[in-house]
Design a protein around this ligand. Structure first.
Ligand SMILES: C[S@@+](CC[C@H](N)C(=O)[O-])C[C@H]1O[C@@H](n2cnc3c(N)ncnc32)[C@H](O)[C@@H]1O
Length: 447
């Protein structure tokens, strides 16, 4: 079976999460724990081949960094000079469409069309020579969704099927997941996706899309929010939890839990969670949020606990709890909140203060973490320009305490896919344009 995963905005993290999940043994997702075979990858898509059909609905709910999951139907050869619609001219026959792409539906059917680019050179295709009789008609790639969509619609109309076409917005090639959901495309027809490279095209249909409304609820409808300290977005929390290497039912600790985002997301992924924070008000907020969350998402009682505690002394609390902590997943304090970009002196002072905190905390974690247990942590990084950050200077403290830094994506994959954006130490950055402080996400493993 071939599947395509449409990646989120911070695609490097999406790839890291996806590979970590796909390579795990998980009967509920039909995963065997074998390394997955990657067929193609770009900043937008990762295409894989698996032996067994995946449980796509569950997988979509589990992955914070994947926007859609598609089933790949066919691969079609394309000459470099051909436009996408030209290459597909003879492909979309009514019989193929009905059998391979469309759901049975009694009412007025509708379908959407999205194009994803596997080879970014396609976006800068040179104008063809109009005297060359062998080439397909060239059009801007942005006119392709409409051309391909009309081709399909006309084929179906000619076969007696009346159908509505939903197109991406002007200057966009693909439909947002909200459009797919709001138009009920997966129920009333299909979203047909074209994954285009220079020399071939994959045709695919969407099987699942990210539930954007639910992520909004999990973030904004909580009784307590803390704009000042900041909260990790639920999707990023999911990605970090999925990088922990933990299995369903394992216990994960967040010793800087704030108002409990990682705790709630961990519960939803099937882990037991312990949250702690030095700040009493944060723990009160966590308690309120988690009570709301537990009821809203029907989490069985006894799956979590939150307490006030300094991360530097957390081992005492863990010993009392009698639980085996399989991993730590946390967003530590990012340091002071700056109104404007901090000076180099301020940045270095923050890093020094954080280093002290990490030395004491990681030292205390040593008392209960077992060999192989992971710490997935995000620490601050300051944007210098578009792709460069002032990063925490030195991770030697972790090595000295018995933790190895783990590559967030294996070097072989990084070598093969040049578009992946990793730091020089093979960690990944999550940032947003409007924020001064970005988050560097890293994985340590106890040796
Ligand atoms: C960036 S916030 C974490 C937010 C959390 N991820 C969320 O989404 O709600 C960092 C938290 O670290 C806590 N903190 C700072 N120093 C601490 C320490 N020594 N031990 C435990 N918690 C600490 C702060 O009170 C703050 O709530």
């Amino acid at each position: 079976m071939k599947y395509a995963f449409i990646l989120g905005r911070v695609y490097t993290l999406s790839v890291a999460e996806l590979l970590a999940v796909l390579e795990k043994t998980d009967a509920s997702l039909n995963l065997t724990g074998e390394p997955v075979k990657i067929l193609e990858a770009s900043e937008e898509i990762l295409i894989v081949e698996t032996e067994k059909p995946l449980n796509v609905e569950r997988l979509q709910k589990k992955l914070g960094g994947v926007i859609k999951i598609l089933e790949v139907i066919d691969v079609i050869k394309k000459r470099e000079q051909d436009s996408i619609n030209f290459a597909l001219k003879h492909y979309f026959k009514p019989s193929v469409l009905k059998k391979q792409f469309f759901k049975e539906y009694k009412g007025k059917m509708q379908f959407g069309i999205s194009i994803y680019i596997l080879d970014m050179a396609l976006l800068q295709r040179p104008q063809p020579n109009p005297r060359d009789k062998n080439q397909g008609v060239y059009n801007s790639v942005f006119s392709e969704p409409k051309r391909v969509g009309m081709m399909i619609k006309n084929a179906l109309t000619d076969a007696g099927q009346s159908i509505r076409l939903v197109l991406p917005e002007y200057n966009s090639l693909s439909l947002a997941s909200v459009v797919v959901t709001k138009n009920l495309l997966l129920q009333k027809g299909a979203e047909i996706c074209i994954l285009a490279a220079q020399n071939n095209i994959f045709t695919a249909k969407t099987l699942a899309v990210q539930d954007f409304e639910d992520y909004g609820r999990r973030d904004y409808q909580r009784p307590v929010r803390d704009e000042k300290q900041g909260m990790i977005p639920p999707k990023v929390a999911q990605i970090m939890l999925n990088l922990s290497g933990c299995k369903n039912g394992n216990t994960i600790l967040d010793p800087f839990c704030g108002i409990g985002t990682l705790v709630q997301e961990g519960l939803l992924l099937g882990f037991r969670m312990i949250g702690s924070d030095i700040n009493k008000a944060a723990i009160k907020g966590s308690e309120q949020n988690l009570e709301w969350f537990r009821n809203r998402y029907k989490i069985a009682p006894g799956k979590y606990g939150v307490e006030v505690c300094d991360a530097k002394n957390i081992s005492g609390l863990i010993a009392k709890s009698n639980q085996k902590v399989s991993a730590i997943v946390t967003e530590s304090t990012l340091g002071p909140i700056y109104g404007k970009y901090p000076t180099p002196v301020e940045i270095q002072k923050n890093f020094k203060d954080l280093e002290k905190l990490y030395i004491d905390s990681f030292g205390d974690f040593n008392k209960f973490l077992l060999k192989g247990a992971r710490i997935v942590i995000c620490i601050p990084a300051y944007r210098k320009n578009r792709d460069q950050y002032e990063m925490f200077p030195n991770l030697d403290f972790a090595k000295a305490l018995g933790y190895n830094l783990v590559d967030i994506i294996s070097p072989a994959i990084v070598k093969r896919y040049k578009f992946l954006k990793l730091t020089s130490r093979n960690t990944a950055i999550y940032d947003r344009k409007d924020q001064i402080v970005a988050r560097e996400i890293m994985i340590f493993e106890k040796n």
